[in-house]
Design a protein around this ligand. Sequence first.
Ligand SMILES: [Zn+2]
Length: 305
Amino acid sequence: MQFGLAAFFPVAALAVLSAAFCTAAPAEKNPGQSSFGAGRYVEYVAGDLPIVLAAPHGGRLKPDSLPNRTNGVTEMDANTQELARAVADEFFARSGHRVHLVASHLHRSKLDPNREIKEAAQGHPAAERTWAEYHAAIRGALDAAIARHGFAFLVDLHGHSHPVARLELGYALGAKQLAVSDSAFDAAGLVAVSTLSDLHARLGGRASALVRGSGSLGDLFAQRGLRAVPSPSEPGPGAGPFFDGGYTVRRHAGGDTPKVDGLQIECYRTGVRDTAENRAKFARIAAEVLSQFVEEHYPFKFPAK
Ligand SMILES: [Zn+2]
């Protein structure tokens, strides 16, 4: 099945490509069913759980019809599309239900969906169209989750090659913002611009606890043996390189996105995404962690298969 922009946008609005026009939800599809955009560059696997997984940098297609991008990062995040599918499969194995999954099949040298359109597509109309389809698919998946559950949780999955082998959790909070005490972090009100803003507005409490305290996603990963930042033992990344959350999570789960929260997860390679066995192991942990976090912060229970 193909979806086109027309499924998401009025035709007259296509040229505008503005988030303001992404409000129409697509017709609900059967969970597990894939649909594709033009050229089969964007795949959307329909879900019925409140989690939306995105894999922007795991694509391998390099069609001649699209020019190579000439600036910005052009290397893929190796095996991250496979990693996202492993996580999606694990949710299905546990619950009998599906997360939503949006994947770019284009190699990053052709399109970087995790950038604003200018850097992402570098002026090529077909790449711009694919970029718009990718983000319309995410918005459509979030809308479907909100319609069914009242909320959506977006997980944008990446791979990094930084020197420290730890998961980098991107809440749109940078290293400097995290390099302060919990009291200073709470007083600064930074959570309001983070990708956990809705959750914090609803639950209240200490923002630092939500981001890096007991029961935070970093804590839940660390409890299962996966080093993660921010977390109780590593409240901030320090001086080294750190991905704090890119275009996708800021656009779709940032401070101005009602009923949507989430994060970017940057995975190191060895032991997490290098082999099918390690991807399956990470997938089991990630599904456990995300399920626990969602159940502890939302009025939602994942079905047991
Ligand atoms: Zn990436």
